[in-house]
Write a protein that binds this ligand. Structure first.
Ligand code: DON
Length: 343
């Protein structure tokens, strides 16, 4: 009997409250919770205090169903996940041509904090490496620092449906120790990529990284992108529809740091990772996924998170380039039989 046949017999007599997907997520959680490989991020001192046992998974469908298991409502800092969404805001502020003239769209294969610029084009390689993200944050409009931060927080609220706080300890910790990012910012100032309000921009960048989210929020943010930019519960538009594909594309090409190429092959779901332990992912037209587990591999990606996505992609055929994916009926695997969903 296959995994799915088993699941089917387990769930067939139960109501939709315990759908096959919910049961499946419970199994995944139990399967990978014992995994204790990896370390919590420690280059930002405050992140080193994270509890390595925490582990949450959430899925939100574009028709607004929420499935979650484990520590899916535990708060942690968004870190680099914010980069993808702030990129969308910068596109809204300035348009595609201007933003692309400032920050490129090519993956680097280097670590996220590499001191590296595309010297030929005088710009950072992409908006997901630190240099690119800081240059993007530099472009967020606002009369003063508070207004710029408020615009980012309001954007998060549109994606998740609720307001967000900033972790002051994490913000201050990164502000006190983020010398490498400061060096990168000054390098970009030297070659005219960023304007000279650098301390303000760095504060804003450290603040966006310190925005508190949950795995459920990440799933909702992914689902909002999957739904063309409209939050599937509140029905509020979070991002101009014309930029949704840009954000999802950079997630696929650069979202998992220097693991992005392998992720694209093995998982094939556009995603963005953060050193707080979160991963948010988008299955266009269908759902968003959020995971949280702070144990990271040497590239800065959540180890349990990667395992979860590998299984989800394989078991439900979610790889973007799986030709049969688009023919599936969502209801078959949220309410009905996962066997049907795979066929
Ligand atoms: O720039 C940093 O180091 C963090 N605030 C963001 C880190 C992260 O999640 C990985 N990547 N860029």
């Amino acid at each position: 009997m296959s995994h799915f046949d088993n699941l089917h017999s387990l769930t067939s007599s139960i109501t939709a409250v315990t759908s096959p997907l919910r049961q499946y997520l419970h199994e995944l959680h139990s399967k990978y919770h014992p995994l204790t490989d990896g370390v919590v991020a420690n280059y930002i001192p405050e992140l080193a205090l994270a509890d390595p046992a925490l582990f949450g998974i959430a899925v939100v469908t574009t028709d607004g169903q929420i499935f979650e298991v484990g520590d899916s409502t535990t708060l942690f800092t968004s870190q680099a996940i914010s980069k993808a969404f702030v990129y969308g805001l910068a596109l809204e502020d300035h348009g595609r041509d201007y933003i692309t003239s400032k920050v490129g769209l090519e993956a680097t294969g280097e670590a996220f904090n590499a001191i590296l610029l595309d010297e030929k084009n005088n710009r950072p390689y992409n908006p997901m490496v630190n240099g690119g993200a800081i240059a993007i944050t530099n472009l967020i409009k606002g009369q003063h620092p508070t207004e710029r931060l408020k615009r980012i927080l309001d954007m998060f609220k549109r994606y998740t449906g609720h307001s967000h706080d900033i972790s002051m300890p994490v913000f201050l910790s990164e502000k006190a120790t983020g010398h490498r990012n400061r060096a990168m910012a000054f390098l970009m100032l030297n070659v005219g990529i960023v304007s000279d309000n650098l301390e303000e921009t760095l504060d804003l960048y450290f603040q966006q990284c310190s925005i508190l989210v949950t795995a459920r929020d990440l799933a909702m943010m992914g689902a909002t992108l999957a739904n063309g930019g409209v939050n599937p519960i509140t029905q509020e538009r979070a991002i101009d529809a014309q930029y949704v594909q840009d954000v999802i594309s950079v997630m696929l090409t650069c979202g998992m740091y220097n693991y992005s190429g392998e992720w694209a092959c093995r998982v094939g779901i556009p995603a963005k990772s953060g050193v707080g332990g979160g991963i948010t992912a988008v299955v266009p037209g269908q759902l968003g996924i959020g995971t949280f587990s702070p144990l990271l591999d040497d590239k800065g990606n959540s180890i349990r998170g990667i395992k979860v996505y590998q299984d989800l992609s394989k078991d439900f055929g979610l790889h973007l380039f799986n030709a049969t994916r688009c023919d599936r009926d969502l209801n078959a695997w949220t309410k009905g039989s996962p066997v049907d969903a795979r066929s």
